[in-house]
Design a protein around this ligand. Sequence first.
Ligand SMILES: N/C(=C\C=C\C(=O)O)C(=O)O
Length: 145
Amino acid sequence: MSEAIRTGNAPRPVGLYPHARRVGDLLFLSGVGPRDAASNAVPGNVHDADGRLIAYDIELQTRSVFANVRAVLQASGAGWDDLVDVTVYLTDMARDFPAYNALWAEYFPDIERAPCRTTLGIVALPTPIAIELKCVARLRGEATE
Ligand SMILES: N/C(=C\C=C\C(=O)O)C(=O)O
């Protein structure tokens, strides 16, 4: 048995998939990016007159994607400290790794509690975004921050 989790506090899925799925005491999150849940805009993106993306801000995107992960965790009865494994996808490793890595340390300052992490550089992400997280968390019966 498993339970699909959906929430209005995280960006609308771009396909037919739930924000997360609870299986026993594990929680699997779908890949989530930095789109704002209310406006659907990517924070910091700058477009030209033809709508082409001409600039983006990896710090704003990283903070926003962390906020979206937190929203899905909370909707699932979990919290930030329940994350156990995070896969991070970046579309420009050379440009964006240093800023994202510094923010990671800000959001996960304690190595004893930080989740495992794997960071991959990939060609593209949908929507379009520069960072997406794929997370696994544990459910302990009470949400944590
Ligand atoms: N998880 C997927 C896309 C997420 C995009 C976003 O949050 O902006 C997918 O297509 O599988």
